[in-house]
Design a protein around this ligand. Structure first.
Ligand code: P1T
Length: 379
């Protein structure tokens, strides 16, 4: 099946009892058993729920994977992957990451004896000096949040696979419509489904997709044993959101390109980060592994200070100043004070997450209104 058909149908059949075309919201915590153990495969909704299971099959199909697991947030999904590790294990990850992932790694799992190396992965070979017998996981974001670095997934997989190091790709910014990490050699595709998958800023959810049977068993055990699983209503919302993922992503990419090109010509813009530009340092890799370049753009204004950036951020009328991304509505984010506040300033500054950086999640409104809003805010 092609992507658009999978987005609408995968994991979903008309309800066998009523013929309902939409998967019912099975709002139940538990399931009747005739005698102990005599049930229809459903025991208790922390582990299994028909609405969530339909969503999980759809998620798996979107990433060309055998299995999907839904979590109650993107960080819940990340947490489950980290629980595969043991004290003494080492992780190689990027130096530009969602602040919440960085916070979990440094403030939770580092306390349990797991060591993290935060490095620039723009060149895959940069990971080589950090690999030891203790390296158990490489965790990458691409494009990165918020400076849109591109990591060559296939090149990293060619290094990790022969060494049996797990490779997990946070595919949130691209969405499965633009990039499929498992097809490129990754073991796990991770998503904050709160973003493009859900698509309407009305639900918080995470997802892991994978092919390997043993890996799935281990992650399902963690999922059920530690319990960060989403309820049926949230599962329904994401299942419904996914039905238009391909349509929304096309519009995000189209508007994203126009906003990026507008900002590139704007005399006040200093740094501008978007992987679709030919002069982006890893544009060729983006072109190779992504189908288009998405609607996430970050920029700084020439000579801006923290104060002038705050003032600019409050001038937008169509873009809403808010954390998150990937919804139909355009959002504006100030990483330093919002999504990346937990990263020490020196580390942020080193990778370009400076006080004057602003991040746009370009939505699917009329492009004229978005450009007009940028024009008036930057005037
Ligand atoms: O918010 P949650 O669903 O728990 O997902 C966490 C997460 C993981 N990975 C990436 C790349 C993310 O961007 C996020 C969440 N990010 C934001 C809320 C944000 O505005 O960047």
């Amino acid at each position: 099946m092609k992507f658009a058909t999978k987005a609408i149908h995968a994991g979903q059949e008309p309800d066998p009892t009523t013929g309902a075309v939409m998967t019912p919201i099975y709002q139940t915590s538990t399931y009747a058993q005739k005698t102990p153990g005599d049930h229809k495969g459903y025991e208790y909704s922390r582990g299994t729920n028909p609405t969530r299971n339909a969503l999980e099959q759809c998620l798996a199909a979107l990433e060309d994977a055998k299995y999907g697991l839904a979590f109650s947030s993107g960080l819940g999904a990340t947490d489950a992957v980290m629980k595969l590790l043991m004290p003494g294990d080492e992780v190689i990850t990027g130096d530009d990451l969602y602040g919440g992932s960085y916070r979990m790694f440094t403030k939770i799992f580092a306390n349990f004896g797991i060591k993290f190396h935060f490095i620039d992965m723009s060149d895959a070979a940069n990971i080589l000096p950090y690999i030891t017998d203790k390296t158990k996981l490489v965790w990458i974001e691409t494009p990165t949040n918020p400076t849109m670095k591109i990591v060559d997934i296939e090149a990293i997989a060619n290094i990790t696979k022969p060494k049996n190091i797990l490779l997990c790709v946070d595919n949130t910014f691209a969405s499965p419509y633009l990039q499929n990490p498992i097809d490129l050699g990754a073991d796990i595709a991770m998503h904050s489904a709160t973003k493009y998958l859900g698509g309407h800023s009305d639900v918080v959810m995470g997802a892991l997709m994978m092919n390997d049977d043993e890996l799935y068993k281990k992650l399902w055990f963690i999922y059920n044993a530690t319990g960060a699983t989403p309820g049926p209503m949230d599962s329904f919302l994401v299942l419904r959101g996914i039905k238009t993922l391909h349509l929304r992503m096309k519009a995000h990419c189209e508007n994203g390109r126009k906003v990026a090109e507008y900002l590139k010509k704007h005399p006040k813009i200093d740094k501008l980060y978007w992987p679709g530009f030919e002069d982006h340092p890893n544009h060729a890799i983006a072109k190779k592994q992504m189908r288009d370049f998405g609607g996430m753009i970050s920029f700084t204004v020439k000579g801006a200070t923290l104060e002038s950036t705050y003032a600019l951020a409050s001038k937008f009328k169509v873009f809403t100043l808010a954390e998150s991304l990937g919804g139909v509505e355009s959002l504006l984010n100030h990483p330093v004070s919002m999504t990346h506040g937990s990263i020490p300033k020196a580390d942020r500054d080193r990778v370009g997450v400076v006080d004057s950086l602003l991040r746009l999640s370009v939505g699917v409104e009329d492009i004229d209104d978005l450009l007009e809003d940028l024009e008036q805010a930057l005037a």
